[in-house]
Design a protein. Sequence first.
Lengths: 113, 113
Amino acid sequence: DTAVSQTPKYLVTQMGNDKSIKCEQNLGHDTMYWYKQDSKKFLKIMFSYNNKELIINETVPNRFSPKSPDKAHLNLHINSLELGDSAVYFCASSPGQSNSPLHFGNGTRLTVT
Amino acid sequence: AQSVTQPDIHITVSEGASLELRCNYSYGATPYLFWYVQSPGQGLQLLLKYFSGDTLVQGIKGFEAEFKRSQSSFNLRKPSVHWSDAAEYFCAVGSYNNNDMRFGAGTRLTVKP
């Protein structure tokens, strides 16, 4: 069983469209994250949720809205997609303790044309 | 917020040679440090972590890292590199409750036959 699963794996869409990426973890973790990895492989945290509560909201455009219906799910909705949104988006989870590593999904490659 | 610097963007080593990847962190308190590896098209996999105790930590796949507080460093080493080690390597530093894990820019490792 995949511990952190994201769908879809690939997403190609046109500018101006709205799209969602789903993430689910079956590890029983309390904390979930979204990271954006750009073309230079730089990983930047976007959001983190702890037990469905938003903890971290980095400087991310309002077009990005995370939603956590329960602590096993953290979805990312993006409105009015722009060319610069093209990247790989990673979902991750952790127990939330300081010495606990993050468990990553395999990423969603978003291409905006 | 905490931060991580990986000075080397790309390193090439011959198979069988030793490897050292550099990582410097900035954090006001005791750091929680991690090394991850990312193979092409995959998510990140934990190699090892440090949060207290012995400053030399062992990880998977024959990797080790040494924490040096005086140098704010957490360098990753492997005595003999295998072709399958070619990947992107990320150093990361976690905060107290790990809701905010920050990554370095990554070092791409190429292994020559």
